[in-house]
Every structure is written in C-alpha cells, then in structure tokens.
Design a protein around this ligand. Sequence first.
Ligand code: GLU
Length: 312
Amino acid sequence: MTENEKIAELLFPNIKNNAEYYVNKYGKRSLASGAIVTRFAPSPTGYVHMGSLLTAFYDYIFAKQSNGVFYLRIEDTDLERTIVNGVEGIITDLDAFGVNADEGVNLARKSTGKFGPYIQTERKEIYQAFAKELVKKGLAYPCFCTKEELDKIREKQEKNKEVQIGYYGKYATCRNLTYEQIKNKIDAGLKYVIRFKAQANIGDRVKFNDKVRGEIEMADLVNDVVILKSDTMLPPYNLAHAVDDTLMGTTVVIRSNEWLNSVPEHMQLFKALGFEVPEYAHVAFVQKIDEETGTKRKISKRKDPETAVSSM
Ligand code: GLU
C-alpha cells in the first residue's frame, strides 16, 4: 500500500465500494441523438422563489424540447440551513406550475428513477467513495486547522501583502502531513475536514465556454477547498455537484449566475475525478431593489416572502 492509500483507509475504513463501482453501477444513460439531460437542484433552505422557478422552467423546457430527461435533485447537505418541510414545499410548488420531473423525489421523500437516490443526504457513502479516491491519488487530504489557525494564516497573508488569500501552497500546513502525523491527530480526537489539493498556481487562468455567456476566461482555482465538512463528513456543493451531475448523467447544467465564479473549482474537481466536464449555462438571477439600501440585489428565499411562488 502506498502512503496515500494508507491515509485513505485510515480516513474511510467503512467505505468499501470504490469510485469505479459507482461509475459502473449507474452507467451511461441511453439517449436519443440530440437529447439533453437537465436537472433542477434546489436546496431546501427556504421557499421556492420566482428566480428558482424560472431556472426550473428552463431545465424542463430544454429537456422536453430535445426529448431528453429533466430530473429533480434535492441538495440538502447544509443541515444547519435546511428548513422543516423544505422538500415538500419544493415538490408541491413545482407540481402547482406543471414542472413535472421525469425522475426525482416524491412527497413521501421516495426517490423514483434509476440514478437515485436523488436526495443528497442519502448519498453520503457515494461522496465519501469519491473523496477516498482523491485521497488515494494524493489529490485530497485531511486538514485539522481550527478556525483560529485559519484566521492566523489569513492575518499573516495580509501582513505579507499576498495577492492570494486562502489555504494554499506554503500556507496549507496540512497539505503534506504523513500517515503517522494524521493518525496521531485522529487518535488525539482532533476534528478535520477533507480538502482538495488545488492544481493551479497563482496567476494561472482558465477558459471555458458558457452556453449563455459565451467564452469566459478567469483565474484558476489556487485554494485548497473543503470537499467534506467536519461534523457530518458530507460535501458542500462542489464535490456533490461533480459526483451527482456525472453519475446522474446531466448533459447541461443550467443554474443561476451566482455560480459562475465557481466554474474553475468545479472543472478542477471533475478533472481530478476523471470525469468529463458538463456543459454549463449560467442564467441571470432575478433581482429586486432592497428596501433598506435602495440598491439592486438578488432575491432571497429567506428574506423576500413576496417572491415565494407559493404565494402566487
Ligand atoms: N443547490 C444549489 C442552489 O440551490 C443548486 C445550484 C445548481 O443548480 O447547481 O443554489
């Protein structure tokens, strides 16, 4: 066993199925030529507002027009922000507007479709299998830094007038821990997250094509982002997006523009996992004039009850 394989076993002793197992288990969708697969992937953290419904409409229409598939995925890995009846609200609202998914989740929270489960908290083992794979390949590692230590790193970077602030390169103190060091920390009961080892250097640029916005170039990902959170060992959006949109066979990711700046991060993850990067279509988000500040801002599913589609 290599050092990285030993670390992977230490971190994920109960994960027996590997990444290849899941890739083979789900396989590729058989689609008619030109058919596209889209998904609506809301987080049950508030009511469905008109901005999300608009995105769901785009997903639905493009899939239907091409004889493709439109599915619903519930992105509930942020347990602290998940609201009671959030999932039920999403299903009821979509139903009221006739945006019917071909696969997804029903009111009894049961997944229907071959690529499920379609609720992310039920996919924990799958995410961990892929995180384990990244650790094995030396592309991810456990980070034991506390909030205070991370604050100190930031202060040091500000003092050194670094152009890049964050957890990277020489500042990423957990990047090269040995198996022994990791084991000692775990045995001592220290908490950790799993971070992805970013593959770009400061100054690197990346280009991609967005189906709405055309060719885009931006700074590549340099910071080692968290891919599994410490208490739950569930992924934030990034890893879940790469794993789910691959295993569920999404061909075009239609999502709000607020995700555009994360594309370099997502592309690096897809590549590190050996996945093909899907096509992206970033659509404008709906905005309103904030009553307090008088400036335009994105509507919010927690702050703007008048935008809830259930009230229409
Ligand atoms: N869960 C994300 C959100 O609600 C979904 C973004 C996406 O469609 O990929 O913003």
